[in-house]
Ligand binder design. Structure first.
Ligand code: NAD
Length: 276
């Protein structure tokens, strides 16, 4: 598979263009979040990782990211469904880094079921983690970004922030909401050097998708390869999964001064899916 390489990304942006900046990346113990955190760290930013998982594995990732990129990397296990935990994570990031310049709301969960059977508790959880958490994170960090005249807010939405699919009512509603929130923050921050953009990935091969492939293969009684080809990549014209490295590269660009006029956008990284 074609992958954006570290060397390619370095040559586009120069090494350490984010030196002196600090970032929080939610849901960065897995998948896209790790890809974005790694790219920001490689560009020289201090990073607060967040998410769930095996503590020893998370510590291994944290230490490796810090050492390889020669930056401060911390970890906070705040639950994105709890506003108070989000505020405390921000306090800890401020105490550790002195300031927060970049926030990436990436943590997300999925549940697939017909609307008539969609469990209300899953709806509430998806709205809380995929949408409300981004509001709480922006609210806790926007003031200092505005005061310093630089801030980068990146919300990882989805192609499902732009178009719908059946059986994903909560996810599609939350991601459309996240695109809307992004636009409002962009308008409020525009005169103060604070940009807000949504990244809208198509299918990216991560544990979230891996789980869905397995579930669908089992429930339809078909091979994984057919599920990948006929379900996941059916509407993705490139016929390949997008990569976490591509999400990382775009995030570094959005944080650069070159992207100062890019705000309020919802950028598809979906192999042409939403061009249909
Ligand atoms: P993933 O399951 O690999 O990672 C999700 C991350 O979120 C993990 O680090 C997990 O620990 C964390 N998380 C989950 N619930 C949390 C909570 N309550 N509090 C804190 N952290 C929590 O998923 P991924 O595929 O990397 O997805 C990341 C984001 O990208 C999600 O918002 C997802 O909706 C979006 N997205 C993914 C795809 C895809 O194809 N993978 C496509 C479009 C959008």
């Amino acid at each position: 598979m074609l992958k954006a390489t570290d060397a390619e990304i370095d040559s586009m942006f120069g090494r350490r263009t984010l030196e002196g900046r600090s970032a929080i990346v939610t849901g960065s113990t897995s998948g896209i979040g790790i890809g974005i955190a790694q790219a920001l760290a490689r560009a020289g930013a201090a990073v607060m990782l967040n998410g769930f998982g095996d503590p020893a594995e998370i510590e291994r990732q944290r230490a490796k990211m810090a050492e390889e990129n020669d930056v401060d990397v911390a970890f906070d296990n705040a639950d994105m469904s709890r506003p108070e935990a989000i505020r405390m994570m921000v306090e800890r990031a401020n105490a550790r880094f002195g300031q927060i310049d970049i926030v990436v709301s990436n943590a997300g969960i999925q549940h697939v079921a017909p609307i008539a059977e969609f469990p209300a508790v899953r709806w509430d959880a998806i709205l809380a983690i995929n949408l409300s958490a981004a509001f709480h994170l922006v609210q806790a960090t926007y003031g200092q970004m505005r005061a310093r005249g630089y801030g980068r807010i990146i919300n990882v939405a989805s192609a499902h922030g732009l178009v719908a699919s059946p059986f994903k009512s909560a996810y599609v509603a939350a991601k459309h909401g996240l695109v809307g929130l992004t636009k409002v923050v962009a308008l409020e921050g525009a005169e103060f050097g604070v940009t807000a953009n949504a990244i809208c990935p198509g299918y990216v091969w991560t544990p979230l998708v891996e789980q869905q492939i397995d579930d669908q293969a089992k429930s339809h009684g078909v091979a994984r390869d057919s599920v990948i080809r006929d379900v996941f990549l059916k509407n993705q014209p490139t016929k390949r999964f997008a990569t976490v490295e591509e999400m990382g590269a775009l995030s570094v660009f959005l944080c650069s001064t070159a992207a100062a006029s890019i705000t309020g956008t919802a950028i598809p990284v979906d192999g042409g899916w939403t061009a249909h």
